[in-house]
Design a binder for this molecule. Structure first.
Ligand code: FES
Ligand code: FES
Length: 208
């Protein structure tokens, strides 16, 4: 029987299948991409084919414009970690289910492991490094420390990004709203209660 189109071919992992599918999508949709992504020569009638090799990609990350070269199939997470040295966002599940790789795209939370870097062209990307630094922590990052809201710390950058987005949208969330705000982030160490207290602490102080 014929396979359904979305099923990976035998012997190909789901991740590589998705990455390959992403490259194909990039090839067919390049005509709609912002001009910051440059591919091979094309005419107005024929779409430019990107990849599979590296192409220049311009992104605005933490308020700074920059250009890097990466294959069109590169995920935003891989680009941040492997090309930009921004290792705050963590690769844990690598399939959009744990939230460890959460970053902000125009102020909204996204799983950076599950989107292509080229799809972030033209958007403002904010990573946990852009929220605060060790020398200048945000109120929420400080509250995470004070409320002991982390153990192994692997989920923490994603949690901080999600909670920062929550407080920006709703400076006075109740407990249920906080739980919903972090519902896409998994903490295997189970520090949810302390995370909620950290958010409440910042909310009471009117911080961010
Ligand atoms: S690593 Fe991206 S959601 Fe888990
Ligand atoms: S602190 Fe370990 S996973 Fe959350």
């Amino acid at each position: 029987m014929d396979k359904k189109p979305e099923e990976p071919p035998e012997g190909v992992s789901r991740r590589h299948f998705l990455k390959g599918a992403g490259a194909a999508a990039a090839a067919v949709s390049v005509a709609q991409l912002p001009s910051e992504v440059q591919g091979s020569n094309g005419t107005e009638d024929e779409p430019t084919i990107l990849g599979p090799g590296p192409v220049p990609i311009q992104l605005r990350i933490n308020g700074v414009d920059g250009q890097t070269e990466a294959a069109p199939s590169t995920t935003l997470l891989d680009l941040l970690r492997d090309h930009q040295g921004l290792t705050g966002a963590k690769r844990v599940c690598d399939r959009g289910s744990c939230g460890a790789c959460t970053v902000l795209l125009d102020g909204r939370t996204v799983d950076s492991c599950s989107m292509l870097a080229i799809d972030a062209v033209g958007s403002e990307i904010t990573t946990v490094e852009g929220i605060g630094t060790p020398e200048n922590l945000s109120d929420l990052q400080q509250a995470f420390i004070e409320k002991d809201a982390l153990q192994c710390g692997f989920c923490t950058p994603g949690m901080v990004v999600s909670c920062t987005a929550l407080l920006k949208e709703n400076p006075s969330p109740d407990r249920e709203q906080i739980r919903r705000g972090i519902s896409g982030n998994i903490c295997r160490c189970g520090t949810y209660q302390n995370i909620i207290e950290a958010v409440e602490h910042v909310s009471r102080k009117g911080g961010k």
